[in-house]
Design a binder for this molecule. Sequence first.
Ligand code: B12
Length: 214
Amino acid sequence: MAEISDLRKVVGELKQKEAEEITKELLAQGLDPLMVLEDGIVQGLNDVGERFQAKKAIIPDLVKGGIVARTCIPYVEAALSKVEVQGVPKGKKILIGTMLSQHNIGKNLVSTFLSINGFDVVDMGSENQPWDFYEKAEEMGVDMIAVSVMFIPAREKVAELTDLLTQLGVREKYKVIVGGAITNEKWAESIGADGWGAQAKDGVELAKKLLGVA
Ligand code: B12
């Protein structure tokens, strides 16, 4: 019988077919889809990232890691929507995007989690600049801006975003939350974000808390 550690291993080894089969098997066993996601798929990708950092993996491995993850995640999402759906419209609009980077897998997960929990999500995709977030937030009249931050150059751009909102006199209109592989709570506080989340599900908790909805 497959275990979550097996999923982490095959994702880390970039074995697409095996990863897909084990994901299906673990979910069929009734394991918590959130654990399958975080302890299996995300940890496996972190292992790929660590190998890359240690120069034991190359960019095509990162590309393959993204493909393996995107093969497995739809099964998790299907299982999540069965157990997690709150379905209650919250009447709150949240803008989400990645700052600068092409890494969109985590952002897509946060977006899905928010949607299935009843938030109205405006997904502006990847490779955004600070002013893209500002313009879209004003255009769509959102309540919150969620930024996914996945590589180092993106970090200072998020600081630029909070400064820009302040300079334009709209900082109070929007709650700003951040997350992503290279972020932590201390950094989020230092750039004046309203909240930070380690995992996609934290985005939902932060949105509920900061926007004052049950
Ligand atoms: C797959 C991958 C890629 C793929 C991405 C494919 C895609 N469509 O997304 C591709 C090939 C594009 C890629 C490219 C690069 N990558 Co890359 N990549 C990764 C890898 C292995 C996995 C990322 C991933 O999808 N993880 C799975 C998802 C689910 O996790 P996540 O994004 O972290 O999201 C979770 C949480 O963080 C959270 N979350 C995310 N966003 C938000 C937002 C909010 C508001 C909240 C609450 C929560 C939240 O929720 C998610 C679920 O729990 C990471 C390693 C790692 N440790 O993450 C490196 C990594 C991110 N990449 C890295 C680098 C360096 C690069 C490149 C610069 C390499 C290069 N020299 O070209 C390029 C940059 C390209 C660009 N312009 O953006 C570094 C970044 C660190 C740094 N020093 O900047 C990492 C950490 C690898 C490493 N250890 O060196 N990469």
